[in-house]
Design a protein around this ligand. Structure first.
Ligand code: UD1
Ligand code: CA
Length: 466
């Protein structure tokens, strides 16, 4: 877009209806701050600079939204008109048009901003106002028109008469103003209304009364413009955004079996031909390769996964999974875990901060923590690394081609050399050299006929136990 355009995003409000300690602007929505969606849409439309009006929890909001924007401080939240007044001094002097948006409408797309700007220029309007026709307009400002159909103002719900409340065309809080018209109108705002606030919506009435041209733009899809004022609206916006992400993934060559139970955040990337089974959650900085099958019942947060992996019914956080790996069911993979190509992790296995080499198998009932394990090793059922002595953590190092028998207890720090064998049920607290067998358990005694002898001594020959 032309350099003569700037944007103001209003994000200073407390968000009282959210009933939260946290400022509304940074309420998480699919893992991202609510207002960041509006900012991203503006950026994608090429608008620069973007001035964000902050107030309630300003520091926290600014930190969460990042430093690519200009910030204007509204110390007291005296209304949307007052918010825009605080931003005006931050506008570049040569900005001819200014887009104004509420920071609580996360479904907006770059096209909405492009359309508003385009309409403002081509119609030479003092303001293009985005309106929507809603079946239930409750809570929104209503658009007032004269008999000729021209916009003459906006009335807020709380100030509206019953007749005005019956109007279904609403203000969406997306506008494109000619900067000079906005600058001239703002000083005329008053706070003589039901909420005692300076309403930005009153600028429309002021401009119309001056005879300036006010045009409306109606989105083909009114849901793009919906605001989030309470947590039910937050849930609905979350669902709409989620469906948008899932649809795009499907268009990009990913199979999603059941969108209703699939949760994928906008930060996630997925390679082609991957299949997402029901009840799968992919969150944060997660990247998935091609040709994987994920789920059912899978949770991944901040993980990278290579091609051709099969992960299901498991929970993984901050793990790096290479190609051809299988995990599940019922595995818990914790931060710092690296699984190289072809590793197989099975049921009831917990792994934390462990690097596991190519082709190694950890298939049943195992805890591995703070360890390095080589290639082609077999970790038997019930193996435990004892990494914590009550005060400090210690490492276990296991080489390539090792066979760890079932129920081995590896008391760290301990090193097991390449090709070694650990006998089942052995507690190992000394290093095992390569190619050696370590066996650490008391030997079994068999007392032949012991049961029969005991029975006979209790009940006589031929007797049976009661
Ligand atoms: C506003 C509009 C209403 C419209 C609706 C659309 C006004 C007076 N009303 O109502 O006509 O239908 O949006 O979603 O404009 N904010 C500030 N400083 C303030 C007050 C608000 O920065 O002093 C910010 C809020 O953080 C929020 C946005 O402005 O992001 C809108 O405020 P909100 O209180 O949600 O207004 P609505 O009641 O939704
Ligand atoms: Ca709102």
């Amino acid at each position: 877009m032309a350099s003569k355009l700037a944007a103001i995003v209003m994000a200073a409000g407390k968000g009282t209806r959210m009933k939260s300690e946290r400022p509304k602007a940074i309420t998480p929505l699919l893992g991202q701050p609510l207002t960041s969606y509006v900012l991203r849409a503006l950026e994608q439309a090429g608008v620069e600079p973007i001035i964000v009006v902050v107030g309630h929890g300003a520091e926290e909001v600014q930190q969460a939204l990042g430093d690519t924007y200009r910030y204007a401080l509204q110390t007291e939240q005296l209304g949307t008109g007052h918010a825009v007044m605080q931003a005006m001094p931050h506008l570049p002097p040569d900005a001819a048009y200014v887009l104004v948006a509420a920071g609580d409408s996360p479904l907006v797309t770059p096209e909405v901003f492009r359309s508003l700007y385009e309409a403002a220029r081509t119609t030479d309007s003092a303001c293009v106002l985005a309106t929507a026709l809603l079946d239930d307009p409750t809570g929104y400002g209503r658009i007032l028109r004269n008999e000729a159909g021209h916009v003459i103002g906006i009335v807020e719900e709380k100030d509206a008469t019953p007749e005005q409340k019956a109007i279904h065309e609403v203000c969406t809080s997306f506008y494109c103003f000619r900067a000079d018209a906005l600058r001239d109108a703002l000083p005329h705002l008053s706070n003589q209304n039901a909420q005692g606030e300076y309403y930005l919506t009153d600028v429309i009435g002021i401009l119309a009364a001056q005879g300036a041209r006010v045009t409306t733009w109606q989105s083909p899809d009114p849901t793009l413009l919906l605001g989030v004022n309470n947590r039910w609206e937050l849930a609905q916006a979350g669902n709409a955004l989620r469906m948008r992400i899932l649809k795009q993934l499907c268009m990009d060559g990913i199979t999603i079996i059941d969108p209703a139970t699939t949760y994928i955040e906008p930060t996630v990337q997925i390679g082609h031909d991957t299949v997402i089974e029901p009840n799968t959650h992919l969150r944060g900085q997660t990247t998935i390769g091609a040709n994987c099958t994920l789920g059912p019942d899978l949770y991944l947060q901040d993980c990278t996964v290579g091609d051709n992996c099969h992960l299901f019914r498991s929970h993984l956080v901050q793990a790096r999974i290479h190609a051809e790996v299988s995990v599940g069911p019922f595995a818990h993979i914790r931060p710092g875990t690296v699984l190289h190509n072809g590793v197989r992790v099975g049921d009831f296995v917990e792994i934390k901060n462990v690097e596991i080499g190519e082709g190694t198998k950890v298939l049943h009932l195992t805890y591995l923590g703070d360890a390095t394990i080589g290639k082609g090793t077999n970790i038997g059922a019930g193996t435990i690394t004892c990494n914590y002595d009550g005060e400090r953590k210690h490492r276990t190092v296991i080489g390539d081609g090792v066979f760890v028998g079932s129920h081995a207890t590896l008391i760290a720090p301990v090193t097991i050399g390449d090709g070694a064998y650990i006998a089942a049920a052995s507690p190992i607290n000394q290093d095992v050299p390569p190619e050696s067998l370590a066996i650490a358990r008391s030997y079994q005694t068999v007392k032949a006929g012991w049961v029969r002898k005991r029975r006979e001594s209790k009940h006589g020959a031929g007797g049976t136990e009661p």
